[in-house]
Design a binder for this molecule. Structure first.
Ligand SMILES: *Cc1c(COP(=O)(O)O)cnc(C)c1O
Length: 351
């Protein structure tokens, strides 16, 4: 029933991708004079005079067993934000097609649509930030080319119920993008484990959160080899730098350090989640499967936000997001930072 070809923009189906020097010759030759590189070397302390592998083969080889997928099921990009943009561009004809989002959710889906002159259909999450059965039915009836399901959701922190996601995967006509930027903090299996069942599924993950590599800019998309093939066809040829590829390989070999970071953040989340509800100005702490806690303050969240800022503590003000009135999004920090945040909130006196 699902036909990828019918979702891909006709011009992208027809176009011939750019063929880079490193696409046409891989490996190392004695004399490399094919790419207009500088054979003499690099300015600066390190050698980066050669173009990087356009398909990041070594990184994918290291990542595939860790994620339980084949290397052909992996796309790597300049952050997962690049994958978001490419997925919109792959499927949506500007000025004609539209995407589906479930507010409150991550802001980049909307930005990618706006940038590409692509329409946005919005179906709100429920008060507890889930997808109602009515909404599932609306999604199944939608003509959108793709739907973004953020799970755990940003800025709310919760996983979306698997049965709703599964109904959407079974019945939605377009691509189903499950954004799992926070999957490493979640108490649930990744949707990558279901890729074989759903040819319309794309799972996004990132090195920016649990891996602690936001500055590196490396994001992942997992999907069928056919979908990954299309993303590779339309990406900028050298979208992941040599520095990023080398560094990612080293990070992937530091699995123990990753686990330690992850567990410290999980402990920090539990520590804050236990203590925040007892703070007088805290009205509600939403349950979180991510590295942040959406917290509702009374009587005035923005006043609390400004107060924290005055103390040198910056959090995210989410009061204007749909369904998020009165909330601030508190990222879990170091144990010391968590203590400082809690202490500041305990000392707050409404003026
Ligand atoms: C942080 C985040 C990302 C990660 O974006 P990168 O470009 O990989 O840094 C993606 N999706 C969501 C929902 C996020 O919160």
């Amino acid at each position: 029933m699902f036909k990828l070809e019918s979702l891909v923009r006709p011009n992208i189906r027809a176009m011939k991708p750019y063929s880079s020097a490193r696409d046409e010759f891989q490996g190392e030759a004695r004399v490399m004079l094919d790419a207009n590189e500088n054979s003499l070397g690099s300015a600066g302390p390190s050698q980066f005079n050669r173009y990087p592998d356009p398909l990041q083969r070594e990184v994918k080889q290291a990542l595939a067993p860790l994620k339980g997928v084949a290397a052909e099921q992996i796309f790597l990009g300049n952050g997962s934000d690049e994958a978001i943009d490419l997925l919109v561009r792959l499927t949506c004809v500007p000025g004609h097609d539209h995407i589906l989002i479930l507010p409150p959710t991550y802001g980049m889906y909307e930005v990618a649509a706006n940038l590409n002159d692509v329409g946005i259909e919005r179906i709100a999450l429920t008060a507890d930030f889930q997808i109602s059965q009515d909404s599932v039915n609306q999604i199944l009836a939608s003509e959108a080319k793709l739907v973004f399901l953020c799970s755990p959701n940003n800025p709310t922190g919760n996983l979306l119920h698997a049965d709703a996601v599964e109904q959407i995967l079974r019945g939605f006509r377009g691509l189903v993008i499950v954004d799992e930027a926070y999957a490493d903090f979640a108490d649930a299996p990744s949707w990558t484990t279901r890729l074989a069942e759903f040819p319309n599924l794309v799972v996004l993950q990132t090195f920016s959160k649990a891996w602690g590599l936001a500055g590196l800019r490396l994001g992942m998309a997992f999907a069928s080899p056919e979908i990954i093939g299309y993303l590779n066809k339309i990406k900028p040829p050298y979208n992941v730098s040599e520095v990023t590829q080398r560094h990612a390989l080293q990070a992937l070999q530091a699995a123990a350090h990753f686990e330690e970071l992850r567990h410290t953040l999980l402990r920090g989340r539990a520590w804050l989640a236990e203590r925040l509800p007892a703070v007088p100005i805290v009205e509600h702490v939403f349950p979180s499967d991510a590295n942040f806690l959406l917290t509702r303050f009374k009587p005035d969240a923005t006043a609390v936000y400004n107060y924290l800022l005055g103390k040198g503590i910056v959090v995210r003000n989410r009061t204007t997001q749909p369904g998020c009135a009165g909330t601030l999004r508190l990222t879990v920090g170091t144990p010391e930072e968590n203590e400082q945040l809690l202490e500041a909130l305990q000392e707050y006196r409404p003026s």
